[in-house]
Design a protein around this ligand. Structure first.
Ligand code: ADP
Ligand code: MG
Length: 239
């Protein structure tokens, strides 16, 4: 099946000359429909760089990043922004909700920015909030929600409108264990429904929800396995 996300020979160098940092050194990576891929690796290994490139928030120094078969380099700024709003959902560790907007308004915002009518955008937002189990909190402001509830709003915002690629950068970092598991269950369900997911995590028990685990070190993929993630993690534990 065609990959929703395909990185081919991707390099990303930050800065120039002596201070240049090679964040990614020619990696290839794919996520297919229905697949949740976990990305693990030490701090500074390039995990967040990989995700920002995948989401079109940053461009590679060389190599290609394609989402749903479209090379992002062929899109202009507007095209990339549109792709981010319609195809890609991004979940951050610190939620990134807008405090002055209610839960439903936070979720509806990307749809409205994309030109959808406010009424339709609001209905899609309510459906997404229902899907993550907090439909009843639609008119709450983020400050009046728990961390777990806020992250569910962030997930609803990432999945609203049937987005095909969900990118999550340590989405459970700020949450307690139980709430973290809930968030993983939601990501897993969305992938089971056909989306492709990429989850950056440093927790083995979260990677265990994935179909595959990709290990990064110093900007290269050092291990990749289609095997049961649990086996991979047990092996890697001995390194
Ligand atoms: P991880 O998410 O695995 O911790 P990152 O992708 O954030 O790793 O960073 C990879 C490397 O690139 C690190 O050495 C980091 O310091 C560097 N880096 C990331 N973003 C920038 C940037 N905007 N400017 C300069 N260096 C950066
Ligand atoms: Mg990071």
């Amino acid at each position: 099946m065609n990959a929703v996300l395909q990185l081919t020979g991707v390099t990303r160098v930050h800065g120039e000359g002596e201070t240049a940092v090679q964040a990614l050194r020619g990696i290839s990576f794919a996520a297919r429909p229905g697949e949740l891929v976990a990305v693990m690796g030490p701090s500074g290994s390039g995990k967040s760089t990989l995700l920002t490139l995948a989401g079109g928030l940053d461009a590679p120094t060389s190599g290609t990043v394609a989402v749903e078969g479209v090379d992002l380099a062929t899109l202009g700024t507007k095209g990339r922004a549109r792709m981010r709003r319609t195809s890609v959902g991004y979940v951050f560790q610190d939620f990134n909700l807008i405090p002055a907007l209610t839960a439903a308004e936070n979720v509806a915002l990307p749809r409205e920015l994309d030109g959808e009518r406010p009424g339709a955008a609001r209905r899609a937002a309510r459906a997404a909030l229902d899907e993550v189990g907090i439909g009843h909190l639609w008119d709450r402001f983020p400050d009046h929600m728990s961390g777990g509830q806020q992250q569910r709003v962030a997930i609803a915002r990432a999945i609203v409108g049937e987005r095909r690629l969900i990118l999550a950068d340590e989405p459970t970092g700020a949450l307690d264990t139980e709430t973290g598991e809930e968030i993983l269950r939601l990501l897993r369900a969305r992938c089971d429904a056909g989306a492709a997911g990429v989850l950056v995590t440093h927790e083995a028990r979260h990677a265990a929800w994935a179909d595959r685990v990709v290990f990064l070190r110093d900007g290269v993929v050092v291990d990749e396995s289609g095997a049961d993630p649990v086996d991979v993690l047990l092996e890697s534990g001995s390194r």
